[in-house]
Design a binder for this molecule. Structure first.
Ligand SMILES: Cc1cc2nc3c(=O)[nH]c(=O)nc-3n(C[C@H](O)[C@H](O)[C@H](O)COP(=O)(O)OP(=O)(O)OC[C@H]3O[C@@H](n4cnc5c(N)ncnc54)[C@H](O)[C@@H]3O)c2cc1C
Length: 445
């Protein structure tokens, strides 16, 4: 059987779905991609309104493989560290790595998706259908029921392999949930988020440090801001959804201004549209999704957020989603036409790692909102710098996750092993110092 005999139906032309379509098309498969929304290349992108995300080594590697990394990075803003804004209006820059060449990249989500869709459209064998919503999947045959949202006409696309790339609320995954022994877990964070904006200054420049991820850590909540090429910053306020301090408590313009003046005083002068943004922009929720298995026989497989939605605090969601695409195409190459074996292998490779990044992302929320400004955190960073100097092979967990392609679960294991070694060495040094001190005291006596 040739690869061109096999047809894939991808639900979702988001980031993961479009990249997967490129990989499959280039591997010689026929691919039809069904996207619920209209073609986002027709959307206008106004300055100061772009939503961005942090792209790092894993995501860049996957884009390189599609020949798109240079194009995407040409429009990215490098963020070599975080700028931590204190209550008192002070700010301090903390580099992410000892290596000055290592940075994360703020990219426009819309432009990234457009680039991927453009490339998918150019790829032989790939067809894209916008305003086509996947409503149901037939797992026995790999058929999909599609609703054309502009005409409300329903069609059935027959016999293929279904790839669920339809995001955190995946319809494809929902079909898998109705199969025997499918495990599913979804948990919402108590915090939601609202997007705000720092527009460009009068000359189109950045009003605050361009090359940094800005954080205003406030213990139980925080605001962050990522730079855009057009001089603006996309700010995200993470706040509890309920309780004495929550989004609903700020109703009037005065409430909003007073709160921001009190808690984010140094940001307020840079946010001229704060009140209208706060009142106009929705509050969105954040959830973690874990499920298993990610496939059904040789008929259906999940990628990206459809398989594993994670909270955004490690900036790894789409980096992990792009890694899925690489792992899936590699497994298909390895197992040739045995798709069930390929999907099983892919599932084993990715599941442990996606669970790990889900846990790390939740833990990093506490670190970002609560610890980055604390003296304990700064002490930890100083210790890491010392360890770096004394143990050249020591790589902090953040670097393993963000600046390497070591699988997430192995990164954690490596980090635990390193920390154990460091504790042993520190223990030996303390013991030696104690003995020397004891001898000195004895000598004096
Ligand atoms: C606030 C926030 C900040 C984030 N920041 C980062 C970051 O800095 N770095 C990072 O790596 N990740 C980040 N993420 C995570 C990242 O956005 C997701 O991991 C990524 O978008 C997942 O890509 P995806 O293609 O799997 O899903 P999506 O991007 O959700 O795309 C799914 C696509 O499927 C379509 N679709 C949905 N249902 C159907 C259907 N039934 N039929 C057809 N089409 C359908 C949708 O319209 C969409 O186009 C962040 C997430 C949030 C919420």
């Amino acid at each position: 059987m040739n690869s061109s005999d096999t047809k894939f139906h991808i639900a979702g032309a988001g980031l993961a779905g479009s990249l997967m379509a490129i990989y499959l098309g280039r591997a010689g498969y026929r691919v039809d991609v069904y996207e619920r929304r209209g073609d986002l290349r027709d959307l206008e992108s106004g300055p100061g309104r772009s939503i961005n995300l942090a792209l790092s080594v894993r995501g860049i590697h996957a884009l390189e493989r599609a020949g798109l990394a240079d194009k995407v990075l040409a429009d990215a803003v490098a963020m070599p560290g975080r700028m931590v804004h204190g209550f008192d209006g002070s700010s301090a820059f903390q580099p992410y790595s000892k290596n000055p060449d290592e940075h994360i990249n703020s990219v426009s989500r819309l432009e990234l998706n457009r680039t991927l869709i453009d490339e998918a459209e150019k790829t032989p064998g790939v067809r894209l259908f916008f305003d086509h919503k996947c409503q149901e999947v037939d797992l026995a045959t790999g058929a999909m029921e599609i609703l054309k949202t502009t005409t409300l006409e329903t069609t059935r696309v027959e016999d293929g392999i279904v790839i669920g790339a339809d995001g955190a609320f995946s319809v494809v995954r929902r079909r898998l949930q109705r199969t025997d022994r499918f495990n599913y877990q979804q948990s919402y964070l108590e915090h939601g988020y609202k997007e705000l904006v720092i527009p460009p200054d009068d000359n189109g420049g950045h009003r605050i440090e361009k090359n940094a991820l800005h954080i205003w850590p406030r213990r139980s909540y925080m605001m962050i801001a990522l730079p855009n090429q057009d001089g603006s910053f996309t700010c995200t306020l993470f706040w509890p959804l309920e309780g004495p301090f929550c989004f609903d408590n700020l109703q009037t313009p005065d409430d909003i201004l007073n709160f921001f003046q009190e808690h984010f005083a140094d940001a307020v002068p840079h946010m001229p549209t704060l009140v209208e943004d706060y009142q106009g922009n929705p509050v969105s929720t954040l959830m973690t999704v874990r499920c298993n298995p990610w496939y059904h026989k040789d008929k259906c497989v999940l990628i990206g957020d459809a398989a594993h939605a994670v909270v955004p605090f490690y900036g790894q969601g789409i980096n992990a989603g792009f890694e899925d695409c690489e792992a899936l195409i590699d497994c298909m190459t390895k197992h040739s036409t045995d798709f069930e074996q390929a999907f099983a292998d892919y599932n084993v490779q990715r599941k442990e790692n996606s669970d790990t990044i889900a846990d790390l992302a939740i833990a990093n929320f506490v670190e970002m909102r609560d610890r980055v400004g604390s003296t304990a955190f700064l002490r930890k960073k100083r210790r890491e710098r010392l360890l770096d100097r004394w143990f050249p092979n020591y790589v902090p967990l953040y670097s393993l996750v963000t600046f390497s392609r070591v699988p997430y679960a192995e990164a954690v294991r490596q980090s635990v092993r390193q920390d154990k070694k460091v504790s042993i060495v520190a223990g030996v040094l303390i013991a030696l110092a104690t003995i020397v001190l004891g001898l000195l005291i004895l000598w004096q006596v």
